[in-house]
Design a binder for this molecule. Structure first.
Ligand code: INS
Length: 340
């Protein structure tokens, strides 16, 4: 039997997920679609799917068993709370919400429901290379992780849509989440340095150099470049006490010609993380079919929101901005290092 899914938000990532859910994955059917732009929703809705003008109606529709939210901005909070109110599993693209208060409301609603329903779209955790890297760190053959170097380069970002705060509250959240997950640690403070400004970014402040302080004392440095022009380049290397573990370069055809020997790099995140997104949804479908959620949780969404807020403060203050988390609910796993 197929899981009957409603998709809210049919922009770039929403359309990519509809393609994935209808053409790539099995055991799932997109039965409803909604968007503030109803015409666009109608255009991209798979044959037979109902098109809703209101996201609330889609969430409450009896034919919809689980929801995928890919909408933009402040609507997230209300949509998530609505899914939790009706007890339907929900996949929420990152960022989960845009304020600490909203994140806490989502956590509280899920704890009250007493079952995990929310999965947040941190797709890197589903990629085989990141999973192998984590297995090496967890195996502890290299000793404790001391530093993680994360490189996050976008060739360009959508003009007009991608605003000057987004390197820190939209792009950085991936590195923050993967650092917490790889090192099994929490972020306690954030510093941001602004290097010489790139002329390629137009009005945007680019690049950013971010330092994440972890509860264990490990440090994570992150390069965020969003106008690097060449391609979508993601790198990661963990320095441990007795060795280094790094992400491999993606396999690609080796081309030799008059310009030299080279291998192509993916153009954008849809191509770079295509398998990760597929696996993320495979696991979401399996859990949602059981009426629950696994993978990145509302707690992880909360941690990302706090990191983004601290990073924005740090960019303004030039100093170290501390993060203080509430006590971690049992529903979201073992108490964090910060809970005490
Ligand atoms: C996208 C997406 C990408 C990230 C981009 C961001 O929404 O999350 O993975 O590299 O910077 O704007």
């Amino acid at each position: 039997m197929s899981l009957k899914v409603g998709v809210i938000g049919t922009g770039m990532i929403g359309q990519d997920h509809i393609r994935r859910l209808t053409k790539v994955l099995s055991g799932v059917e997109v039965v409803a679609v909604s968007d503030i732009d109803e015409a666009r929703a109608a255009e991209v809705a798979p044959a037979g799917a109902q098109v809703f003008a209101s996201d609330k109606d889609l969430i409450r529709c009896d034919a919809v068993e689980a929801i995928v939210i890919c909408s933009w901005g402040a609507a997230h909070e209300e949509q998530l709370l609505e899914c939790l109110a009706v007890g339907k599993p929900v996949f929420r693209e990152k960022p989960m919400v845009t304020s600490e208060a909203a994140a806490l409301k989502v956590i509280e609603a899920e704890v009250t429901f007493d079952r995990r329903l929310v999965q947040v779209g941190f797709m890197r955790r589903f990629e085989a290379d990141y999973r192998r890297l984590k297995a090496v760190i967890d195996g502890a053959t290299l000793g404790a992780p001391l530093m993680y170097h994360s490189v996050h380069r976008n060739a360009s970002v959508p003009e007009g849509l991608y605003t000057s705060e987004m390197p820190l509250n939209d792009t950085l959240v991936h590195d923050a989440d993967i650092a917490r997950w790889l090192l099994s640690d929490e972020i306690t403070g954030v510093e941001v340095r602004l290097p010489r400004r790139s002329q390629q970014g137009g009005e945007l402040r680019d690049p950013h150099f971010v330092l994440l302080h972890m509860a264990s004392g490990a440090l994570v440095d992150v390069e965020i470049s969003v106008s690097i022009t060449y391609d979508y380049d993601i790198l990661g290397e963990v320095s441990c006490e007795a060795g280094i573990a790094a992400l491999p370069h993606r396999p690609a055809t080796v081309v030799t010609d008059g310009h030299g020997i080279r291998q192509a790099i993916p153009e954008d995140w849809r191509e770079r993380f295509i398998e990760a997104y597929d696996q993320e949804f495979r696991e979401w479908i399996a859990a949602a079919g059981e009426g629950t959620a696994t993978g990145p949780s509302a707690w992880d969404g909360y941690a990302a929101t706090l990191t983004a807020d601290a990073a924005l403060r740090a960019a303004a203050s030039g100093g170290l901005e501390r993060i203080k988390m509430v006590e971690k609910p049992a529903l979201h796993g073992a108490p964090s290092a910060l809970a005490a």
